[in-house]
Design a binder for this molecule. Structure first.
Ligand code: PEP
Ligand code: MG
Length: 760
């Protein structure tokens, strides 16, 4: 039979029949056998088979109509092997009119497959995992339509509930537990927020058992959906007004953006379509979520990956409301929480994190994520250590196990021994004591033993950072990364929104100076609402000032907002990634235009405007004189300056130990820049990560820097170091050392510090 002769079948009728079989009495195997027969008949296919994934990544044929019956429970394929294995490996449907021509086709004589030319298969998915494959085959060539693939996917979703119900195989086999070793493990990831946490693992896997997959009446289901939607919105609103986050800040923007996603008309429309095809509202939500996962699951774009998790979060939330509304209680979120929770998730949405009792959260570990993802911003606001990008952690750890999270070093210790636990408890205690010690240093000056004052400022991007500014007694904000608030929003903020934000920044700084850096977008910093850009070399690409000068309206808006927000006070503004003085001039001209624009309208202006430059592209060094004649201050971005000077990607872990910022050439270079600024009477500071590490800070002060801008948690340790050091001694030592050709002076400097009583 050819496709032209295949009558169109309503998925609703097929679903109703599958549901009747599933609800009938008898052995699970018999019901499965009935289901393959029904599907084969309804879809006019000679073969219908169900493969179930078993421990060890094996797909076992569990039921078939059309293939040899002896093959059932005997034919096994590895994930990735053959067409069925291919579907499982990529979690994507395949529809092939000539299956045997496909590169992945393997011939399994025991099944008699050689006589079937066409194949359509879909993954059976549950909670994002492939738990099986459902396929149909036709003897003659058949072109399967998209609707048919959709229908098969819908049936597969209903089957997923049956497989997950544990009637066919032991439910243990469905959990990703097979790879778990019982030995202690140390897993590495990336620091998203520092701090230490010890506690009991809670795997964030909201599993809901959807009892009713097939709907009776689409009208009723649509009404249930609408009701659940409005309940969900109400709950999101209360999260927005929740206690711990009440003081405003980016987390409010995050949740607002998130609310907008929930209102996405396309999403709702697709759920309604799924209901129309015969599913219940909750099954419809799950189906659309499976589709989104299948589409976005393999993309690498960080923005899209984050959106996927926002949708996951919302879908689970909606299902929860639908299940509760129908009186059926979902399981998975009802177990009592341990006292100290180490929350482990593939990734999660911001609201999901807020669902956990915040008093019990000790740390968050993510398999994916990025430092600027929504959930991480919320975790920072709650002061929870976070480690991200921990590969396959969900498969290596189980609920209820003990884990230690070391945020600062980006590592997770799973099932640590008693002695390790004790050591960490000691560290946690020491950390708390140290925090108290640093807090006691809050009001003492960062003054060296030879009475030289060092100005310690913080790098900030989130409003939560400002609370630290006062807690730790920093002198001001040496680098306010304006792109960060842009990155957490759902759309580009207009002048009024920016003005209000910057005014809040000024107010929260409470009279301490703030240096605003204009937008540094591009590279790894993506704006959600700006589409994708594919560059070979994004760090050296169309970013920062280059983008701002090509889109002058954006820069002008930002400068206008800054000028207005700083009315009556001092505005310090600097431009990132400037490579030659002409770029600086052009940016400055835009600033002057904005000033004139506001003045002409009698809009109050800042008392004074200081215009500076980020020194992070080495070419600027060759125009030092011209530059210093133009700027009010220089801030060295050593993160970028080092990567460009050494041609060494700052984000590539394979290179991270290759060159050292504590090397004679780099320190000499920094010393020269610093001296030239001093000679010209231009204020200079350094705001890269290196300044936040006490040993590096020691070197920087030794070569002449008197102003540093560092991450807030580094202020205490650096201040302590400053108070123990003697600039004269370090300078003399470095002068000699920087004439040597050592690859790194780190160990020598460490020994020097130790010998001179400077704790590093
Ligand atoms: C730098 O490059 O050192 C810097 C502070 O800027 P960012 O890290 O934001 O690129
Ligand atoms: Mg930079």
């Amino acid at each position: 039979m050819t496709s032209a002769q295949v009558p169109f079948l309503s998925p609703r009728r097929l679903l109703a029949r599958v549901r009747d079989v599933m609800a009938s009495a008898g052995l699970a195997q018999d019901r499965l056998n009935n289901i393959v027969t029904i599907i084969a008949t309804d879809m006019v296919a000679e073969v219908c088979s169900i493969y179930v994934r078993r421990a060890g990544d094996v797909l076992e044929l569990f039921a078939t109509q059309g293939l040899h019956p002896e093959a059932v429970h005997n034919t096994r394929l590895r994930v990735g092997e053959g067409l069925v294995g291919e579907i499982a490996a990529h979690a994507r449907p395949l529809a092939l009119s000539d299956a045997q021509k496909h590169a992945q086709f393997v011939f399994r004589p025991e099944t008699g497959e050689e006589s079937y030319q066409s194949l359509m298969g879909v993954p059976i998915l549950r909670a994002g995992r492939v738990i099986g494959v459902l396929s149909v085959q036709n003897r003659s060539r058949r072109q399967y339509t998209e609707e048919e693939t959709e229908t098969l996917q819908t049936v597969a979703m209903v089957l997923a509930e049956m497989v997950a119900g544990g009637e066919l195989i032991n439910a243990v086999e469905l959990t990703p537990a097979d790879g778990i070793a019982i030995k202690p493990l140390r897993l590495e990831g990336v620091r998203f927020n520092s701090g230490l946490g010890l506690g009991t693992v809670v795997l964030h896997q909201p599993h809901f058992h959807i009892e009713r997959m097939v709907g009776e009446d689409p009208e009723v289901e649509r009404e249930r959906l609408a009701h659940a939607f409005s309940e969900m919105h109400g709950a999101l609103d209360s999260l927005l007004n929740a206690g711990a986050l009440q003081n405003g800040g980016e987390h409010t923007d995050v949740l607002q953006a998130y609310r907008l996603i929930a209102e996405d008309a396309g999403w709702l429309g697709r759920i309604e379509e799924a209901i129309e095809s015969g599913l219940t509202a909750e099954a419809g939500v799950q189906k659309v979520q499976n589709d989104i996962r299948a589409r976005l699951g393999s993309v690498n774009d960080p923005y899209l990956r984050e959106r996927l998790h926002d949708f996951d979060d919302l879908a689970n939330r909606l299902i929860q409301f639908l299940i509760k509304g129908s009186g059926v209680v979902g399981h998975g979120d009802d177990a009592p929480l341990p006292e100290h929770v180490i929350l482990v998730a593939r990734n999660m949405g911001p609201a999901q994190l807020l669902d956990y009792d915040q008093a019990r959260l000790r740390a968050l570990v993510l398999e994916e994520g990025s430092a600027t993802s929504h959930v991480v911003i919320i975790a920072k606001a709650l002061d929870i250590p976070v480690v991200g990008n921990v590969r396959d952690i969900m498969d290596k750890i189980a609920d209820g196990e003990t884990a230690i999270v070391d945020g600062a070093n980006g590592q997770v210790f799973v099932r640590p021994g008693e002695d390790v636990q004790q050591a960490f408890l000691d560290s946690i205690k020491a950390l708390a004591e140290q925090k108290a010690e640093y807090a006691a240093l809050k009001d003492v000056p960062a003054r060296t033993r030879d009475r030289i004052d060092i100005s310690l400022n913080i790098n900030a991007g989130l409003l939560v950072d400002f609370a630290r500014l006062h807690e730790i007694g920093a002198d001001g904000v040496g680098l306010y990364r304006t792109e960060v608030p842009f990155m957490v929003r759902a759309d580009f903020p207009d002048v009024a929104i920016q003005r209000a934000l910057y005014a809040k920044v000024i107010a929260q700084a409470g009279g301490k100076p703030v240096v605003f850096r204009t937008l540094d977008i591009g590279g790894d910093k993506v704006l959600p609402y700006w589409g994708e850009s594919h560059e070979e070399n994004p760090a050296m690409g169309w970013r920062a000032i280059r983008m701002s000068l090509d889109r002058p309206a954006l820069l002008r808006q930002q400068l206008r907002a800054l000028l207005q927000a700083c009315a009556g006070v001092e505005l310090n503004v600097m431009f990132p990634m400037v490579a030659d003085v002409l770029e600086f001039d052009r940016a400055r001209t835009l600033l002057d235009l904005e000033r004139r624009y506001l003045r002409a309208r009698d809009i109050p202006l800042p008392r004074r405007v200081n215009v500076g430059v980020m020194f992070e592209v080495p070419s600027l060094f060759l125009q030092m004189e011209e530059l210093l004649a133009r700027v009010d201050f220089v801030s060295i971005g050593s993160n970028d300056l080092f990567q460009f000077l050494y041609a060494c990607d700052r984000g590539n872990p394979a290179l991270s130990a290759r060159y050292d910022v504590l090397s004679a050439p780099f320190l000499s270079f920094l010393r020269t820049i610093c001296r030239r600024c001093d000679a010209a009477g231009v204020s200079v500071s350094l705001c890269g990560e290196m300044a936040g590490r006490p040993l590096e800070a020691l070197a920087l002060i030794g070569i002449g820097f008197r102003r540093l801008s560092i991450p807030p948690p580094a202020v205490g340790p650096v201040k302590e170091m400053v108070r123990a050091m003697h600039v004269g001694e370090v300078t003399g030592y470095l002068d000699a050392l920087l004439r040597t050709p050592h690859h790194s002076i780190r160990n020598r400097l460490k020994a020097f510090a130790r010998d001179h009583g400077v704790a590093i």
